[in-house]
Ligand binder design. Sequence first.
Ligand SMILES: [Zn+2]
Length: 477
Amino acid sequence: MRISSLLALFLACASPTLADGLPDLGDTAQLALTPQMERRVGESIMRDIRLHDPAFDDDPEATEYLNVVGNLLVSNSQDARQDFEFFLVKDPTLNAFALPGGYIGVHTGTIVTAQSESELAAVLAHEIAHVTQHHMARMVSKEGQLSTAMLAAMVLAIIARNSQAGSAVAAIGQAGVITAQIGFTREFEREADRIGFSTLEKSGFDVRAMPSFFLRLQKAGRLYENNAPAYLRTHPVTTERIADAQNRIQGLPYKQTSDSFDFQLVRAKLRAGQGTSRDALAQLEGDLRDKKFSNETAARYGLAAALLRAQEPVRAAAELAPLLKTTEHPMLAGLAARIKQANGDEQGALGVLKQALVRYPNNRALNYAYIEALQQRGQNRDAASLLDEQLKNHPRDARLYALQAKGYAFLGKRLLQHQAQAEAYVLQGSLPAAIEQLQLAQKSSDGDFYQLSSVEARLRDLRAQLAQEMKEKKEKK
Ligand SMILES: [Zn+2]
């Protein structure tokens, strides 16, 4: 993951007296970093990832799935009230990391290489435990009075320790601020394993996945040495961790669990998107030929997705057609629509999406796709009314506001376009960009008195928020 922009932010605020050495463990009541502060640190890192990191993957289907599994685990965790957001990082290597405040990033490679859904759940449960146990807050200095930007940079240093971003970490070291050996300690890893295990068990997953996953990782680490999965560098798998995990499953009754169809489809989709389109296609064709799959429908769905990506939409349609006859699933409908669009059948795509929405009216990915398809067909009024309805149910969805802005642009309504785009930026956490949009809205000459007053009021509100943010940053420096 690219962290250079954050590093720049950090170096700009660096002060040489912070965080000498590792802080002591302490109970959370004594932490300088309150849960609200943790959330703000996490938010500020998330904002940068969303806006600037090209590896941030906002695929709505895979993200939705990840959040369903993640939140099931959260509901069985030590702190079910903590808000969590799980997000995908487009990277074929195996890795997952927790930001303070409940933001958990998962490399797409983690899902692709997971041999079962329980293995993925084991990784997530471990990361969730890092958050509920406030490990990041316990790692950073108790000196207090750190600005959000400084804390964000320290957190990043912990995550990026010895990873591909090694040069960035080295630069932080040179700034004399953070010692390079910051990382989760053995105690924290042990605690995250222990608590993660219980979360995994309560959520009904196969707890055997934990030791088997560790063993596989250890083997991979030995095979590749310097090329070992990034996960191993941030969460070193020791013989002790493996032994602990094996001890925990001793005496537990055997429980058969099977992977959900959603997991299999998401894994197939991400596999189809990994590497070059030719490599992905060859791999998925090979797997089907050698019967290397646990679910044939999902394997064929993956092949159809890979064919579409390799710009062979006619073959993709032929591959998907028999699946659509036997299986109903929103992801199959979504792919069917994308294939029809690639084959130039916009009307057909609209029909598929409309029909699928009758059955799955609340599916976010289908709604986005339907709104976009309506806009592309020039049916902007239908798109706008669907957007209004969706925004009533999901008022914090930046993607919906961005689609609304696009729709108003099609209709030539400039004030409304900039106003909607401003709200998209607010939700993505960028107040300056939002303010700029509202200024453009003010200058557009197509608003009536009421619209202009509402733009003005919002502008005042956002300017006050920005001033407050700047003031806090200054005070904490
Ligand atoms: Zn860990």
